[in-house]
Write a protein that binds this ligand. Structure first.
Ligand SMILES: [Zn+2]
Length: 137
């Protein structure tokens, strides 16, 4: 599992834009890329729950994205979602619903007005922080 998530500034901007646009609902999506954690594609997805306190990806959309990732020869690197009113730390429910032990979980907090993010691995309910690297462009 990659110990770091590597995003370009443009990718990070795209994630933040998605989070801000859907406020006060949580926004979510999938980051696909290489085994070293470098993201190649950002999939901005619908929160099927339209809730401000949790998210659930639409299963049909998630299936299509996983299919696309495979076609592109990429892998699932991370799942991101926003916390409109709480810190960038996994909730109890986030831990319960962390079904991908090999993926990283990026959480974008909007509670301070502008987006702030942290990245974690969540395995069997154990939360460990990982690096978020943002490069140039
Ligand atoms: Zn959450």
């Amino acid at each position: 599992m990659p110990a770091a998530l590597s995003l370009t500034r443009a990718q990070l901007g795209s994630i933040y834009d998605h989070a801000l646009r859907h406020r006060p609902e949580e926004a979510c999506g999938i980051l696909a890329g290489d085994a070293d954690g470098s993201v190649q594609r950002v999939f901005r997805m619908e929160n099927a729950e339209h809730s401000s306190t949790f998210y659930m990806m639409d299963s049909q959309e998630q299936f299509q994205v996983f299919d696309q990732i495979e076609q592109d020869g990429l892998q699932l690197v991370a799942i991101f979602h926003s916390h409109p009113h709480s810190p960038a730390y996994p909730s109890a429910r986030d831990c319960e619903l962390a079904f991908y032990p090999d993926a990283l979980y990026m959480i974008v907090s909007l509670m301070d007005g502008r987006p702030a993010s942290r990245v974690f691995s969540i395995r069997d309910g154990a939360v460990e922080e990982a690096w978020l690297l943002v490069s140039g462009e």
